[in-house]
Design a protein around this ligand. Structure first.
Ligand code: PLP
Length: 457
């Protein structure tokens, strides 16, 4: 069996195998990992797609990316875990809404958001990678709500991992916060940062760059800068393609651009599909594609809180690919962006970006109107993130072939939206990751390194 290698988008780090990319999170030169070559759809994947076998499909996709960097038994266990912890037999069911309009339900995991899909897989693979190196891991995650919850539920009580979750104080929903903070796992530390999500994400980048903090442990992150997250999200695009005829257009409610990039990767592997990234009022991505200027602005609070991201990290992966894998150019552009909060995309790269993906910004009123229409016409309750994507579907020009709206969270995670948009209580999904009335455990910290450092395990 071969061992695929992962390079950095900034071209100044040695290529590593899947296990090292998983444990690194970010490449040492500040870039993001990508496979040296994209694997194609093989017979195992095609057979699992045709059979609607989600666990088998995940096993085949992970195998192609992992190769022999981890025992195949670990890959098998990671795939099977989805079948165990998701409360739907198809894991990510594709449900019809209207004529050639489909909802891809990604919220049947333990914390009722799509982050569970990749996080559950990663927990098993990271455990195997650590068993091989004998290391202990200090794992950071910045969260706008759902990543942290999914990480807490995937990594709680992991014997070789200390998990530190940074969320923006008062900017996550109470349900999201309780899913993170009511755990009794001693290896979980929750920090509420006095700042926005981008401040949390910037802190994680600085923490990862400071080896002294790890006190002999290896430090990493489970944000979607980690290649393992994206690898775990590719299978549901392929699974949906296997169930549809014609070339589907996927509409992806987008924040950090991780989920949408997984769709891009599914296409790079040979799936026939189009991609539309739907962002909320935090529209840096949509502006970059329409003007060629990628510029950071203060995050705006919207109803789709998990998408309140102004500088989507995975945009770097897309720019690297659209530039024909020009690491020098990618490094120059994103160094400028980190320094100035702004970069100008060269015209030929912009043209390539536009050919590969579209983006649209949907405001809260449009999203809410879409949620009301989904309820009135189809009796379907959706979360505010799904509403952004559905708003984009109903706003966009008519499309030939199936449209698939990714439904990234269960509406019950955002009861205030259900109440104001729909005047209705959303009800509870079967599993929700809440531990009854257990007390919350978290510390409020200022958005600076010194304050955060004082709370590290
Ligand atoms: C994280 C999240 C998103 C955005 O996903 P990205 O990969 O960051 O683009 C959308 N919806 C929900 C519910 C989320 O939790």
């Amino acid at each position: 069996m071969s061992r695929p290698r992962y390079l950095s988008t900034r071209g100044r780090a040695p290529a590593v195998d899947f296990a090292a990319a998983l444990l690194d999170g970010l490449a040492p030169d500040g870039g993001l990992h990508l496979p040296e070559t994209w694997p194609g759809l093989d017979d195992h994947m095609s057979a699992a797609m045709a059979a609607g076998d989600y666990v088998g499909l995940t096993r085949a996709v992970l195998s192609a990316f992992v190769g022999d960097a981890l025992p195949s038994e670990a890959v098998d266990r990671a795939a099977r875990r989805l079948g165990e912890v998701f409360d739907h037999a198809e894991v990510t069911p594709l449900v019809p809404l209207a004529d050639d309009l489909w909802i891809l339900e990604l919220f049947h995991g333990p914390t009722a958001a799509f982050k569970d899909v990749a996080m559950q897989v990663m927990a098993v693979l990271m455990d195997a990678a650590l068993a091989a190196t004998g290391e202990r891991l200090l794992l950071f995650t910045a969260t706008s709500g759902d990543t942290g919850a999914a990480a807490v539920h995937a990594f709680a009580h992991a014997p070789s991992i200390d998990l530190v979750v940074l969320h923006p104080l008062d900017r996550v929903s109470p349900v999201q916060r309780r899913q993170m903070t009511t755990t009794d796992a001693p290896n979980v530390t929750n920090l509420a940062v006095e700042g926005d999500f981008d401040a949390c994400q910037a802190l994680v980048k600085v923490l990862l760059a400071d080896p002294a903090l790890a006190k002999g442990r290896r430090a990493s992150s489970v944000n979607s800068i980690n290649w393992g997250r994206l690898a775990g999200q590719i299978p549901y695009y392929l699974a949906a393609c296997g169930k549809l005829s014609g070339r589907p257009r996927f509409i992806v409610p987008t924040g950090n651009f991780g989920d949408a990039f997984a769709g891009w990767a599914a296409r790079a592997m040979g799936a026939e599909l189009d991609l539309l990234a739907a962002v909320n009022a935090n529209d840096a991505l949509a502006r970059a594609l329409s003007t060629g200027v990628y510029a950071r602005a203060p995050a705006i609070e919207t109803a789709s809180v998990s998408m309140d991201v102004q500088a989507p990290s995975n945009f770097e992966r897309l720019v690297f690919e659209a530039s024909g894998r020009d690491a020098g150019l990618t490094r120059t552009l994103f160094t400028a962006f980190a320094r100035d909060g702004r970069m100008v995309i060269p015209p030929e790269v912009l043209a390539a970006l536009k050919a590969q993906i579209s983006a649209v910004s949907i405001d809260d009123d449009t999203a809410m109107a879409a949620a009301r229409r989904a309820q009135a016409e189809f009796g379907r309750l959706i979360c505010p993130h799904t509403a952004v994507a559905l708003g984009a579907a109903w706003d966009a020009p008519v499309h030939e072939g199936p449209t698939v709206v990714l439904s990234t969270a269960h509406p019950a995670k955002f009861p205030a939206f259900a109440r104001t948009a729909l005047g209705r209580e959303p009800g509870s999904p079967p599993s929700f990751g809440l531990t009854g009335e257990a007390p919350e455990r978290f510390a409020v910290v200022a958005a600076d390194l010194v304050a955060v450092r004082a709370h590290l395990p």
